[in-house]
Design a protein around this ligand. Structure first.
Ligand code: ZN
Length: 506
């Protein structure tokens, strides 16, 4: 039984272009079991004691008394788990007080080590039991079985960024990142000279508590994310859904790392995250122990974090979109054909964010995006450094940046396709958009014209029907044809603008 009403209670609070930063949905709280904190208490004292060789006699005796007391406590603790190793360390008469402190300190350190590893072992065993329970719950809710055991790997927090860096480097070179950021800046989606790669690593490193790697087919969990925490259990149900998707639908078949169509990559990711978030919601509803989490499910997505709060809108919105809008998309499919409909969607995934924003364009009469085709992709003998698609979501974010959310929603609707090419490290850009009707093309034209005027403080612009241009400070051309297409040319001078329009404007 699935109630969309119940779901919408939790998920409809997220306006697409909100100024509030939302989360990737996988936050975590650092939780050290209190018993371990107790066991760590003595460490600072001993470090000090070891350095202060010249401490006077009475201080030394006091230290000795304290390490002896600590020794007795630790021996009692270890006796319960490993009696053979629970020996009291006796004082040696021939040694000085300081030497005895050192001997006892070393013994205590050893006992503490035994206690800690046992604590870790027990917590790992406990995690295994909890994990198995969540796996069964995921199977139950989704109505599918895991085909093979899920592979788990525990990762230290300090290793996260290294792991993320490795994953990113496997897909994009640092140069590709730079060219991409320059092209995005030229369009107006990112600030100029934006350190995209570093910001992404920082953003993802901050957000994740666990993640599923579809290339390694492995579920990574963070060592500090204990499953005693109900929120972490809910997050695990989400990640387990990814493992399930991978086993049944092979996630690497989806265009998630597609380099020339960001729009289709975000759309595919919305299917994946939408389903996993939907399942996560059901898991939370069915587990009363997770009741607290349920109430905070909204907060979970809206959690403000430093990196996200300072990220350009384009980054934060495209990161959040697959969760926030993906769940609405998946719910729409569920309502029409249950989980079966979602399973079928993996064989033929949504191809544009337009289909995610307007689920009827996927689940109803399907409307796939139109492709902009150009015969020759070289300009002045050189291939485009970036060849990509902005998409309806991108247009919406762009106009939210430069206008407001209402203008953005209106001007981006009716998107049917687009493509842009960037040359000379973002100094030359062509961007062609295709619209459902001339009225839609006119709306986009007007919003883009206003953006260019405002952004470049365009001097002496000339406007004739279907055409707007300015030559300073940049050579800008905005041209609409009678096929509801709009071409933008953004070049350093009018000769280049003319050449670009000649080549890509037909
Ligand atoms: Zn996910």
């Amino acid at each position: 039984m699935h109630s969309t009403q119940r779901r919408s209670k939790f998920y409809t609070d997220f306006p697409l272009c909100s100024d509030r930063a939302s989360d990737l949905g996988i936050p975590v709280k650092l939780t050290i079991p209190s018993i371990l904190r107790v066991a760590f208490c003595g460490v600072l004292f001993f470090a000090v004691a070891a350095c202060e060789q010249s401490a006077d006699d009475s201080l030394s005796r006091r230290q000795l008394q304290l390490v002896q007391e600590e020794n007795a406590r630790l021996v009692a603790l270890v006796a319960r788990i490993d009696p053979d190793n629970a020996r009291t360390t006796a004082l040696e008469n021939g040694k000085s007080t300081d030497q005895n402190v050192a001997v006892l300190s070393a013994a205590n350190e050893r006992l503490r080590g035994i206690y800690r590893s046992d604590e870790q072992r027990r917590s790992a065993e406990k995690n295994l039991v909890v994990r198995t329970g969540i796996e069964r719950a995921v199977e139950e809710i989704r109505g599918l079985k895991f085909k093979k055991p899920v592979q788990y790997e525990v990762l230290d927090r300090k290793d996260i960024r290294a792991a993320l860096r490795k994953r990113m480097d496997a897909v994009f070179s640092p140069e590709e990142f730079e060219e991409y950021a320059r092209a995005q800046a030229r369009i107006g989606l990112l600030p100029e000279k934006f350190a995209l790669r570093e910001k992404l690593i920082a953003l993802l490193g901050e957000q994740v508590a666990a993640f599923y790697d579809q290339h390694e087919h492995r579920l990574y969990m963070y060592s500090d994310a204990t499953l005693e925490n109900s929120m972490n259990r809910v997050i695990l149900s989400h990640e387990l859904m990814h493992a399930m998707q991978d086993q049944h639908f092979t996630l690497s078949k989806l265009p998630l790392t597609e380099k020339h169509n960001d729009d289709s990559a975000v759309a595919a990711s919305a299917l994946i995250e939408g389903e996993a978030t939907l399942l996560m919601g059901d898991y939370a509803v069915q587990n009363p122990s997770a009741g607290m989490v349920l109430e905070n499910l909204g907060a979970m997505f809206m959690q403000n974090t430093a990196e996200l709060a300072t990220a350009p809108r384009y980054l934060s919105e495209t990161l959040i979109f697959p969760y926030q809008q993906g769940i609405k998309f998946a719910s729409y499919g569920m309502d029409s054909g249950g989980w079966e409909a979602i399973s079928r969607a993996f064989a033929n995934p949504p191809r544009s964010t337009s289909q995610i924003l307007h689920p009827e364009k996927y689940w109803g009469v399907r409307e796939d995006p139109l492709r902009v085709e150009w015969a020759d992709l070289k300009f002045e003998g050189k291939p485009a450094q970036v060849d990509n698609v902005v998409g309806e979501l991108g247009v919406r974010i762009l106009f939210t940046n430069w206008h407001d959310a209402a203008v953005a929603a209106k001007a981006s609707e009716g998107w049917r396709g687009d493509r842009y090419l960037s040359f000379a490290s973002g100094d030359c850009l062509v961007w062609k958009t295709i619209w459902a009707s001339n009225a839609d093309a006119i709306e986009f034209f007007a919003a883009e014209e206003a953006l260019l005027r405002q952004r470049y403080k365009a001097q002496s612009p000339v406007s004739v029907e279907r055409r707007w241009e300015s030559n300073r400070p940049r050579a800008l051309r905005l041209v609409r044809n009678d096929r509801a297409e709009v071409l933008l040319v953004d070049a350093p001078d009018s000769a280049k603008a003319l050449a670009l329009e000649e080549q890509f404007g037909r």
